[in-house]
Design a binder for this molecule. Sequence first.
Ligand SMILES: Cc1cc2nc3c(=O)[nH]c(=O)nc-3n(C[C@H](O)[C@H](O)[C@H](O)COP(=O)(O)OP(=O)(O)OC[C@H]3O[C@@H](n4cnc5c(N)ncnc54)[C@H](O)[C@@H]3O)c2cc1C
Length: 412
Amino acid sequence: MSSPSPMGPNPPHMRTIKRCAVVGGGIIGVAVARELATKLDGVQVTVYEKEDRLGAHQTGHNSGVVHAGLYYEPGGLKARLCRRGVELLQEFCAMKNLPYEACGKLVIAQTPEESKRLDSIFARATANGVPGARMLRGDQIREVEPNAVGLSALHSPETAIVDYKAVTEALADDVRAMGGAIRLGQEVTKLEQQASGVMVHTKDGREHYDLVVACAGLQSDRLAEATGEPATPRIVPFFGQYYLLGQEARHQVKGLIYPVPDPRHPFLGVHLTKRIDGEMMLGPNAFISFGRESYAWNEVNFPDVLNYALFPGFWNFARQNVPSAVREFRTVVSKKKFIREAMRFVPSLEGASILPGTRGVRAQAMNGDGSLVDDFVIARRRDTVLVRNAPSPGATSSMAIAEYIVEQALQG
Ligand SMILES: Cc1cc2nc3c(=O)[nH]c(=O)nc-3n(C[C@H](O)[C@H](O)[C@H](O)COP(=O)(O)OP(=O)(O)OC[C@H]3O[C@@H](n4cnc5c(N)ncnc54)[C@H](O)[C@@H]3O)c2cc1C
């Protein structure tokens, strides 16, 4: 599995897996459950989800983008699983008649320096095998997005949008149809390795399984710690606020318009994203959240705040990222600033109305030195697999992450 992996070799008994548990009913957990039920004859799969519904956290609060794999380090897990994830997701949506729209994406450079960085991203996209990716000169941008401006752009025509919550529900339908159980309102408190297999503890009791896969998103470090694994990398929650473009301005953008990532800033900055229901979203920005599962200003979770406030890594991160925090804070407190950021790419949005949309909270793993963990991290100890970092493009890659985890578990 991915490095760094403190996990030992897979024991031979992993090959006869009869009972499996998955912790977490987000898109990755449910995709893993479906993959287990599909690949293992006669297996009994149980999903434990602490909320009363599936996709309650990141899966139900994201941008809905099917990323094509433009930015990721070639050969890394993100790059490999994103491309494979797109293939599997597209196939799945077609099979289940779920809406999937390849609306395309432009990454627009506004300065010669950004143009140079965009050339490197194009080289990565090419190395990652992103279909149809091409560079556009400034005057060609309008052929794709008539109201957009810039010095140059990277066009990815197959970047798409979906409804990840609907995908999760459809994956869960398959799990149930194959005899799997989805237990809502069941929080797992601990995973305990036995001589063989793993004991899953909830407040209602405990149950034994041959294999357990934990996909706990915003709680993944806590569950890992309760299982005897290191608490670091630690999940530090960063919220992302979205706005919706008013009805009168929605038609001004056709697909997705993104800035060129700036290595000085850990998060991307405001961008424009079409939603599968036709709405046009602005955002998300990124700022420290007062709770891992808080979706409004007044929802403060003190244990969550204390958790990062007492983590030296967070303060290292904060020290290294003051300019980013200032940039993001401006968009947190000012709607005007938010739309001005978007107007760098689409000046005709001047005067457009925007309405507050949803908010999402990223489960971003952070190292002790304050650096953000970039790649997916999937760790394993004997009969337990822990997904410890699955940020964007985690939803795009979900079915490929599931395929990867199950393949590894079966290899024994
Ligand atoms: C603002 C934002 C925008 C994003 N945009 C995109 C995008 O456009 N495209 C993309 O590919 N990715 C995107 N992502 C990333 C993507 O949403 C995640 O990678 C993906 O949803 C992760 O899925 P998950 O199942 O691991 O986590 P989650 O969806 O967070 O699910 C984890 C589940 O585990 C449950 N759980 C936790 N602890 C326990 C426990 N102890 N017992 C039982 N249940 C437990 C939680 O209740 C939760 O339902 C975005 C993320 C955010 C926050």
